[in-house]
Design a protein around this ligand. Structure first.
Ligand code: ATP
Length: 535
């Protein structure tokens, strides 16, 4: 999202792609994830019987469990693991002046451009970024070629600094980025259009350069409050949850007797009328954010910015999706009120893209709200014996993007020793919708009753599934595909000695243990404590 003009002149994010996969492979992987999500009740297109609604999705019976588990992991890591962080749940509708003060009414815009032939609409900045990306890929190809040619003797840094083709392309990138930054910062929409024309960018659909002028498009959805037309006032669906925290800063501080530094966390829906919404749940018009604003003494914000950067990366890595799947991307050009900002990017099926933003926002928002509301939003610091408007470091992660990160990373097709394949969703055990599936080997001899008995003892602590249909092999495959960490099989031996076999999703190993030991075995693997302890 670009959020620029007098309030913010954020440089648009650079788009990265996963260099080692072809475009087709990336698309295939995303398609696979989408179809798996639908087939097994994770994510459905919204109002599908009416052919769906663009960029809107519903979470199904398993999807909502996974989503809730991600939320719980985030919420506990914030509010339970930090005694100075509390959570709130503020309304989606807010007083319209909130959005004036925050700058969203005037400045929460994206520059859009239409192609007159295909009638397709694009974000102008994204078209330019994609053009830059193509040049970057040329550089990568040169590097790859040279690396193959020179083998171990290849010195990448030297090559990048001296190869004429690389230098020429790097120079091109710098020039385009500079022009894009200047035109966007100055709200010079003609300049943005001219850049698109000069770069000879064509519409990916029509292949033509027949562009309209560039216009600003505000991303907030508006509606009217009140039933009487004359009384109606324009209000907005919040485009971020953060403002609900800022306006409650003093309420929480006073009622909770909070001392700086302290944080306020919130999980909730946000709405943006995205110009181009695609790539499944990565970019939606209705989505959920998990945000935390950490209020600190002015001058101490950089220390806390570093702390939160490190803490949030740890939170992500504790999930075990692979340390290489993350990278930090510092914003090159900062908004004038921010003194530091970076993104945690994740290796999605479409390549590395923003998963979470960490921003040091100074005292901008609270000061704006002081000015527009006429109310003081300050903290009296007894140690310093003075009042001040606190500085803020925020962490903001998209819940849906977290969901996509976890789901896409966990979905794998494995080749087994006997040559067959299995589709397995290796979800982090603590996040899996079902922790255990309980199955009677056959539907007779009292086995179902025994299995139900086990189900009834475990259900208080774990989300369990009872499954008696089909052969054991088929049932195991079904549980693998939905990511259930354990399958418990009740067989005839169970009736003799109260033991069961437990199959591990990841290793497919089976062990025979006493029913009385089940709880401990499952708990050791699936308890959220395992993740929280690693933070
Ligand atoms: P982008 O550059 O991808 O549009 P952003 O920089 O506008 O994202 P922020 O305003 O920093 O995003 O919002 C914080 C987080 O909210 C993002 O890191 C992302 O995870 C999530 N988010 C933002 N927009 C969307 C969207 N349209 N759909 C799903 N998640 C989103």
């Amino acid at each position: 999202m670009i959020f620029f003009d007098k309030f913010n002149n954020n440089n648009p994010q650079l788009t990265y792609f996963f260099y080692f996969c072809t475009m087709e492979q990336k698309e295939d992987k995303l398609k696979e994830v989408i179809s798996h999500a639908k087939e097994y009740g994770y994510v459905f297109p919204s109002s599908e019987i009416y052919d769906g609604l663009a960029a809107t999705y519903d979470y199904g019976q398993l999807g909502s469990e996974l989503k809730n588990n991600i939320k719980t992991y985030w919420w506990k890591s914030m509010t339970q693991m930090h005694e100075n962080i509390v959570g709130i749940d503020s309304a989606i509708f807010m007083h319209p002046t909130t959005w004036k003060a925050s700058g969203h009414v005037d400045a929460f815009n994206d520059p859009l451009i239409d192609n007159k032939d295909s009638k397709k609409r694009y974000r102008a900045d994204v078209l330019i970024e994609e053009h830059i990306e193509k040049i970057r890929q040329k550089i990568n190809k040169e590097v790859e070629k040279a690396s193959k040619k020179f083998g171990e003797a290849f010195d990448k840094a030297q090559f990048l600094a001296t190869n004429p083709n690389v230098l020429r392309n790097s120079q091109k990138i710098t020039e385009i980025e500079d022009r894009m930054r200047t035109t966007l910062e100055n709200n010079d929409l003609e300049g943005v259009q001219q850049l698109i024309i000069d770069l000879e960018i064509v519409c990916p659909i029509s292949g033509s350069k027949n562009w309209t002028e560039v216009r600003q498009f505000n991303l907030m959805f508006s509606t009217e409050l009140g039933s009487v037309a004359g009384d109606a006032a324009t209000i907005y669906l919040r485009p971020e949850t953060a403002q609900g925290i800022f306006v409650n800063f003093l309420n929480v501080q006073k009622s909770g007797r909070m001392k700086i530094p302290f944080g306020i966390a919130q999980i909730g829906k946000a709405f943006r009328n995205e110009i181009v919404a695609r790539q499944f749940i990565f970019r939606m018009r209705e989505f959920e954010q998990m945000e935390m604003q950490f209020f600190v003494r002015p001058g101490e914000e950089m220390k806390w910015y570093e702390y939160w950067k490190e803490t949030r990366v740890k939170w992500h890595k504790a999930l075990g999706l692979g340390d290489d799947a993350y990278r930090l991307h510092d914003h090159i050009k900062l908004a004038h009120y921010a003194n530091a900002a970076c993104d945690i990017e994740f290796d999605f099926p479409m390549g590395f893209k923003e998963l979470e933003g960490i921003h040091s926002r100074t005292d901008f928002d609270l000061k704006q709200h002081e000015e527009f509301s006429g109310k003081k939003l300050q903290f009296f610091d007894p140690e310093l014996n003075e009042s001040y408007v606190p500085y803020v470091v925020e962490t903001s992660v998209g819940l849906d993007r977290m969901f996509l990160a976890v789901l896409s990373n966990s979905l794998n097709t494995e080749k087994l020793e006997d040559g067959s394949e299995r589709v397995v969703l290796s979800l982090p055990a603590a996040l899996a919708p079902y922790k255990v599936a309980i199955m009677p080997l056959t539907r007779k001899d009292g086995l179902p009753e025994k299995a139900r008995e086990i189900f009834d003892t475990l259900k208080y602590d774990f989300q369990c599934q009872y499954d008696e249909k089909d052969s054991p092999g088929k049932r195991y495959r079904r549980q693998d595909a939905i990511g259930t960490p354990f399958c418990v099989m009740v067989d005839h031996e169970t009736m003799e000695n109260n033991t069961v076999t437990v199959r591990d999703r990841d290793t497919m190993q089976q062990v025979r243990i006493a029913i009385s030991e089940l709880h401990t075995l499952i708990d050791e693997k699936v308890n959220l404590r395992n993740l929280l302890q690693n933070l």
